[in-house]
Design a protein around this ligand. Structure first.
Ligand code: NAD
Ligand code: TDX
Length: 341
């Protein structure tokens, strides 16, 4: 199988490309990535000499780049997106552009030829906050942040190409991923790297929001299973069933890094902060025989170890674009936080 992996220089995309070469001998990959602040060529260092690997710098909103990248590919896995909820609250424009319009451009090129599958990687955030119970694939979408709304738009658009033109599309809705190469704006890598540097850990609100933590390799294996086994027109939830409050995640990070508890700061909440996500993954388990394998403590230990060994990788990021972002997002919040707890 020859895959086009869009957004392959980001966190999940780069882990996925490594996974393809590790677990699927004979498969080859083209990556198309715009290399935004979140995309880093060095994330692909491990695979750049692999058989048939090709990297193209380009935007999924640009039909010419997309046509060049899709040439000769049997299937597309679309990871390319703006992905950080807090940034979408500051400015939604790039989210609508990439996460919706980018999907349209990809779909238009995809349907010009007969191809195996278009896998649109979506998120559990499209269901909105789920106070009780769990979300099934047939449940109504209720996205509540500009990020979640853009992702919902993208997946609905992709699926409309299946309904309207019979283009083979599958949508996945994954829960919160964590693991190596995650940009340190997200909760787990931000707190691990801050803990390692003795910096405050800014917990939003009361720290009792709940997320389902999925180790990135488990997510990648689910996507590979879908590419091999799923028929078109399907939607799958991909979660680990490992629900923790942000306080619990923070405690686990403090324990794993050996940092002191007094680094924790309760800061102003994220506007519209979803309280809880929870996925019903029966379909993935029963239809495709997939189940997340990595217990949270084990995945977190591997992740902490990776950030310990790859200080260069995140120090470069934290001293670049991220520095200004962090100041804008956190300095006021930390000043107002009323001391350590
Ligand atoms: P990321 O932010 O680490 O990486 C996104 C990648 O997309 C980057 O390499 C970036 O350069 C690239 N990109 C952005 N705009 C582009 C454009 N216009 N054209 C081409 N490339 C572009 O994101 P991630 O955390 O790896 O997430 C990957 C996908 O998985 C996203 O679609 C996201 O919505 C989805 N997802 C993520 C999570 C999670 O917990 N991280 C959970 C569920 C679903
Ligand atoms: O500094 C922080 N303090 C804090 O309390 C940050 C960055 C986050 N949080 C909280 C907000 C959330 O309740 O931690 C939780 C996780 O936050 P993020 O890492 O920003 O992830 P989330 O908002 O849950 O969205 C993620 O999961 C689904 C990804 O960013 C999305 O791309 C994915 O689709």
């Amino acid at each position: 199988m020859r895959l086009l992996v869009t957004g392959g220089a980001g966190f999940i995309g780069s882990n996925f490309v490594r996974g393809v070469y590790r677990w699927k001998p004979g498969w080859t990959v083209t990556v198309l990535d715009k290399l935004t602040y979140a995309g880093r060529l060095e994330n692909l260092d491990d695979v750049k000499t692999e058989e048939g690997f090709r990297f193209l710098k380009g935007d999924i909103c640009d039909p010419f780049s997309v046509a060049e990248a899709m040439e000769g590919c049997d299937a597309v896995v679309n990871f390319a997106a703006e992905t950080h909820v807090d940034r979408s609250i500051e400015d939604a424009a790039s989210f609508v552009r990439t996460d919706v319009e980018g999907v349209r451009v990809l779909m238009e090129e995809f349907r010009r030829k007969d191809r195996a599958l278009f896998l649109q990687v979506s998120t559990d955030e499209v269901y909105g906050s789920v106070e009780h119970g769990s979300s099934k694939e047939i449940h109504k979408l209720d996205p509540r942040s500009p990020y979640a709304a853009s992702k919902a738009g993208g997946e609905l658009l992709a699926m409309s190409y299946w309904t309207t033109y019979g283009v083979p599309v599958v949508v996945t809705r994954a829960s919160n991923n964590y693991g190596p190469f995650q940009y340190p704006e997200k909760l787990i890598p931000l707190f691990i790297t801050n803990a390692m540097d003795g910096e405050p850990l800014p917990l939003y609100g009361d720290g009792m929001n709940v997320r389902d933590w999925l180790y990135v390799d488990d997510h990648c294996k689910a996507l590979l299973r879908i590419l091999e086994k799923s028929g078109p027109g399907r939607i799958y939830n991909v979660g680990a069933g490992q629900l923790f409050t942000n306080r619990e995640v923070t405690s686990a990070i403090l324990e794993a890094t050996g940092a002191p508890r007094n680094l924790v700061r309760y800061v102003d909440d994220r506007p519209g902060h979803d309280r809880r996500y929870c996925l019903d993954v029966t379909l993935m388990e029963e239809e495709l025989g997939w189940k997340a394998e990595t217990p949270f403590r084990e995945g977190l230990a591997m992740t902490v170890e990776w950030y310990r060994r790859n200080r260069n990788w995140w120090e470069v990021i934290k001293s670049g674009e991220f520095r200004e972002y962090y100041k804008t997002m956190y300095s006021g919040r930390l000043e107002r936080s009323g001391g350590y707890r």
